[in-house]
Write a protein that binds this ligand. Structure first.
Ligand SMILES: Cc1ncc(COP(=O)(O)O)c(C=O)c1O
Length: 421
């Protein structure tokens, strides 16, 4: 049976390509086109010689290299403007949001570890897998970890910073080897952390502050990372309609070139490896594309999310909205449904043409309850009974009704079959 075309309600996993991306990439592949900016640097525009057929290596001295460098710089400026960086030299292009997070953290941990100091990480229990992996890495290297308190909706509490800081071994505190890493917008619930308050706590104790901003980009009318009081913020291209496999790490002046993980001269010595020009041009295009009409789109997304939430709560019943009442980005809705299994429901909805995500992660074929929902105090059964809906374009009422009715019919059927205790 052919699957119906899916309505994607899973943009937090990966947003559709932004239309500006294809527009920006086409000239890269047709360098002889007379109106292409990439032809402008060649001696004889239109001549398809070997040089023109290459995308160019930004480190090369010839014309293809210069074109590549100028594309790279343009993208850096587009990204810088979109996230509110103080300066485009604060942008490091990476291979992913995951790499950005791990680069920010490991580039601090490594020098401390080399000098025999065991670092202390202040973080939360609602982080993305990329950070969870670094927590394990740090522990395996002898470091210590303290968790900020969360409120009932999963917002880290700045008031608990002092306690998390004082849990650091004296040697780490004395050496200033304490680091904060916290998620800015939660990928599962859309709940927004008060990053300014956390950064201020960190700053007053000389603690390096990193935020995972992967789900924050494109979700606020302005981002202004340079004004947060943070030292580093990570982003991912495919959350804003760029290509998966590209990320951004914004750093303030505190990150020295020698601290990179992939050693090399690229990215001002902070991230080695020849640049992924296609991904970088795409992220620049998406970054400037999302800014167009952003404020109006955010309002429309919020109206659509609220309408969807209301309909689902009324029609289906037995719904617990995760993150309700907390500041949330307008494109995400997460709820647990009494008496169902989230993974099974995701498959049923998929057959009916709706791509959604379950809160539970499937490890070795066995659904595990979402660690985020468990941290919010949901019991295992409710944590496994959750759905995350996320979208980049506002849903119309027809789609909202169609989705709600489809969901209601599956839930009714599933509730008739009792889940094993
Ligand atoms: C909050 C958050 N952080 C980090 C990442 C990792 O980004 P990437 O997929 O580019 O590695 C994601 C992606 O799902 C995310 O949602």
């Amino acid at each position: 049976m052919l699957a119906k075309p899916a309505t994607s309600l899973d943009s937090n996993a990966g947003a559709p390509l932004h239309p500006k991306v294809a527009e920006a990439l086409l000239p890269l592949f047709s360098p002889s086109s007379s109106n292409s900016e990439f032809a402008a640097g060649t001696a004889e525009a239109g001549r398809l010689d070997q040089l023109e057929k290459t995308l160019g290596n930004p480190s090369s001295q010839h014309s293809a290299g210069r074109r590549a460098r100028s594309s790279l710089q343009r993208s850096r400026e587009q990204v810088s403007a979109s996230i509110g960086a103080g300066n485009s030299s604060q942008i490091i292009f990476t291979s992913s949001g995951t790499e950005s997070i791990q680069l920010a953290l490991r580039s601090r941990f490594e020098p401390w570890l080399r000098s025999g100091i065991k670092p202390h990480l202040i973080t939360t229990r609602v982080e993305h897998e990329a950070t969870l992996q670094m927590i394990d890495w740090l522990r395996a290297h002898g470091g210590t970890v303290a968790y900020l308190d969360l409120d009932a909706q999963g917002r880290p509490q700045a008031a608990s910073f002092e306690r998390a800081w004082s849990e650091a071994p004296l040697a780490a505190r004395t050496a200033g080897a304490v680091l904060l890493s916290a998620i800015w917008v939660n990928n599962e619930t859309g709940v927004i952390s008060d990053v300014r308050a956390l950064a201020s706590e960190a700053r007053s104790r000389g603690v390096f502050a990193h935020f995972d901003g992967a789900q924050a980009w494109g979700k606020f009318a302005t981002l202004d990372v340079a004004q947060l009081g943070a030292n580093a913020v990570s982003f991912s291209a495919h959350k804003i309609g760029g290509l998966a496999g590209t990320g951004v790490l914004w750093v303030d002046a505190a990150m020295a070139p020698s601290e990179g993980l992939l050693l090399g001269k690229q990215e001002q010595g902070r991230r080695g490896g020849t640049e992924n020009l296609v991904g970088i041009v795409a992220i620049g295009a998406a970054a400037s594309g999302i800014q167009e009409g952003l404020t109006a789109r955010l309002t429309a997304l919020e109206n659509a999310r609220d309408a969807l939430e209301k309909r689902v709560v009324e029609r289906v019943g037995g719904i617990v909205v995760n993150g309700a009442g907390a500041p949330r980005v307008p494109n995400t809705l997460n709820f647990s449904i009494e008496g169902i299994d989230g993974s099974t429901l995701v498959q049923s909805l998929d057959l009916d043409g709706f791509a959604v995500s379950a809160g539970s992660a499937c490890a070795s074929g066995v659904p595990q309850p979402s660690h985020v929902l468990v941290a919010l105090g949901r019991d295992e059964r409710l944590a496994k009974a959750s759905l995350r809906l996320s979208f980049v374009e506002p849903l119309d009422m027809t789609t909202i009704e169609r989705f709600t009715e489809t969901l209601a019919s599956h839930v009714t059927r599933m509730r008739k079959v009792r889940l094993p205790a």
